[in-house]
Write a protein that binds this ligand. Structure first.
Ligand SMILES: [Zn+2]
Length: 490
């Protein structure tokens, strides 16, 4: 039975960049079997070693999750579309936020506010009462980055009376491509100060609460308690599970969004009767399997679309208007300009929002997601000192006429941005197949952007019997900082 399987961006590296693959099979298991027969490298990303579908990978037939059909025995008929939806780097007891807001005394609007919000006031779905609800509402944005930027701008402009923002970062040049809360003069400032200035300029009538801190299991419940809706603009798995769990425990709806390259997801979790993020993805992917935006990149306008959807859902929840994005996962594919919607259900066996929850308080999310503290340095720290070299040592060797084989294991588009003169490019993913291109017995220095990927490459080479291999600590960024500033940093 010919069936089409849609391949999400993070997995296209293993399907020769194809976004859809035609397969044969009478069931989902057979179709996925055929897919991994055609693309063997994909198999470890979809299945565990004992052949079970990994729990952070969801499979849909048309718009239905196979967990609610016949799992991998689900039969396929001609024309069915199978989607693979992995989690990307994003409440039974909840109260309806609109009801909670109405229970407060709604503040009156001043004449200035009537002028400012007049285009809302003349809409029957908002009106004076709706605008007063917005003024009474309290929304907490987690992050003032890609998703938090458009979301906070629109929520402030719309007149949400109290807008909290949690962030501890400073504005970097590389943020400006998508984080439209911040401008070039803000580079180096705290994101919160920059955000507060910009939001106050848009709407001085509202209160902006800033929390210059990392969100942790220790502070999340206290921070969330005062707010009606939590808008999740996080970019990593530990914080996403933390936001989800804190929302479920407190009964606060979670306007969720996540982005990667050209694709985004949005939903509303922890709404009365609706599912939570853990119903969708009970477990996070192992570290390193799903790249983050910093590693994989993101189209600058993409968070504009997803963050604006999160803000739209937040406003609808406050107004109690329309159909919230509850029990539905909205998928946005910017490259093909296509929205799709998948059904989500609350999982009665969900460990936090299920009928018999096993998680009753916030846990250690770094540990849950397999992220060791200071994970960034961990891969490099694993190498013994004799397998490492510094940029100064490499420079001194080149100056005295040594010619080590400089192996660059970054991606071709990174190589195009900047390179160390004389280096040879073999991306880390291609190294096992192309190992024969390395001269036998050569003296090899391996580098990448910061030293993480090259440390993995050094380990692979040592395992293959190479005896004279060293990792360039700090990668090409250190080379640019300490040896050759003409090499562009990215
Ligand atoms: Zn759940």
């Amino acid at each position: 039975m010919p069936t089409k399987i849609l391949i999400p961006t993070p997995l296209r590296a293993y399907t020769a960049k194809k976004d859809a693959v035609d397969v044969n099979g009478r069931t989902v298991a057979e179709a996925l079997g055929d897919l991994t027969l055609q693309f063997a490298d994909l198999r470890p990303h979809l299945f565990t070693e004992d052949g079970r579908l990994r729990s952070f990978v969801n499979v849909y037939v048309n718009d239905e999750d196979i967990r609610y059909l016949q799992r991998d025995a689900t039969p396929l008929t001609a024309g069915d579309v199978v989607s693979i939806v992995p989690s990307v780097a994003g409440g039974v007891s909840s109260a309806d936020p609109a009801e909670a807001i109405v229970a407060r005394e709604l503040p009156a609007l001043t004449n200035d506010e009537v002028k400012r919000y007049s285009r809302h006031l003349i809409m029957p779905e908002v009106g004076v009462d709706g605008q007063r609800k917005l003024k009474a509402a309290r929304v907490l944005c987690i992050g003032a980055g890609g998703l938090g930027s458009p979301a906070a701008l629109y929520l402030a402009a719309a007149g949400v009376g109290r807008l909290g923002i949690v962030d501890f970062d400073t504005v970097d040049f590389s943020n400006l491509q998508r984080q439209i809360l911040h401008g070039t003069p803000d580079v180096g400032r705290s994101k919160l100060q920059s955000a507060k200035d910009r939001l106050t300029a848009i709407n001085p009538e509202i209160q902006i609460d800033t929390y210059e801190t990392a969100l942790t299991s220790k502070n999340a419940l206290a921070l969330f308690r005062d707010y009606d809706v939590i808008l999740d603009g996080t970019d990593n798995f530990p914080t996403r599970y933390l936001v989800n769990d804190a929302c479920v425990l407190l009964g606060k709806p979670n306007a969720y969004g996540s982005i990667f390259r050209f694709e985004g997801q949005a939903s509303v979790f922890a709404y009365p009767g609706g599912p939570c993020y853990r119903c969708l993805y009970p477990e996070p992917p192992p570290p390193g399997l799903v790249p983050s935006c910093a590693e994989g990149g993101v189209l600058g306008v993409l968070p504009g679309v997803i963050g604006t959807i999160q803000a739209t859902e937040t406003i609808k929840l406050i107004l109690g208007a329309g159909q919230p994005l509850v029990g539905r996962l909205l998928l946005y594919d910017a490259l093909n300009m296509r929205f799709r919607e998948l059904k989500l259900r609350r999982d009665p066996a969900c460990p936090i929002c299920g009928d018999h929850p096993t998680i009753r308080e916030l846990i250690d999310y770094d540990q849950f997601c397999g992220v060791a503290p200071a994970a960034a340095g961990a891969a490099k720290a694993d190498l013994p000192p004799e397998l490492e070299t510094t940029v100064e040592e490499l420079k001194a060797r080149l100056d005295r006429g040594d010619r080590p084989f400089i192996l660059d294991v970054r991606e071709p588009n990174e190589y195009q941005i900047s390179r160390i003169a004389g280096s040879i490019l073999i991306p880390l993913g291609e190294l096992p197949k192309r190992i024969a291109e390395l001269p036998v017995g050569a003296d090899i220095v391996v580098h990448c952007k910061m030293g993480g990927r090259s440390a993995k490459a050094v380990r692979q080479l040592v395992d293959r019997g190479f005896t004279n291999v060293k990792n360039l600590k700090g990668g090409i960024l250190a080379w640019s900082d300490r040896v050759d500033p003409t090499v562009a940093k990215y």
